[in-house]
Write a new protein. Structure first.
Length: 158
């Protein structure tokens, strides 16, 4: 008589594939999004900026009265916005922003063309308001951007 094999519970760990649905963005979606256009305008005027410094910049601008409609959560004195990070990710996805090796984000050539073509979506009054707020808040951001550079240099030495 053949022996019956008893099944033992498997002790192996199975790997599950997690599928995360992301909304697909196109350039026409960005054209219709005034918040994204303002973000592109700010990044263009600043030049290159780390994502951390950009979060601080927009948080300080909100405190100064220029609200770009991003919801910020402050944890331990550090402002973070999931909406802003998703917006940056979508702008990278469509090729309007890119990350440099030094972890700074800048407008791509396509981003500059797109902003020039759609700059009429922002009124002169709004541009002046953004420029004034940038001028006032930018000195607070320089040390934060420098901190990101220093950390990156320390990591590259290891």
């Amino acid at each position: 008589m053949p022996k019956e094999q008893t099944q033992q519970p498997s002790t192996e760990k199975s790997k599950e594939v997690k599928i995360v649905a992301k909304q697909v963005f196109t350039l026409s979606d960005i054209e219709k999004n005034p918040r994204a256009l303002r973000l592109l305008y700010i990044v263009n005027n600043v030049g290159s900026i780390s994502e951390k410094a950009l979060q601080y910049l927009l948080y300080y601008m909100k405190e100064a009265g220029v609200d770009l409609k991003y919801a910020f959560t402050t944890i331990g004195g550090v402002p973070t916005s999931r909406e802003l990070m998703n917006e940056i990710l979508s702008l990278k996805y469509v090729g309007l922003l890119e990350s440099l090796p030094n972890r700074k984000i800048v407008l791509t050539g396509l981003g500059k063309e797109f902003l020039a073509k759609n700059s009429n979506a922002l009124s002169e009054e709004e541009k002046n308001l953004l420029n004034k707020a940038l001028e006032d808040v930018k000195p607070k951001i320089i040390p934060i951007d420098a901190e990101v550079d220093i950390r990156l240099k320390k990591q590259s030495r290891r």
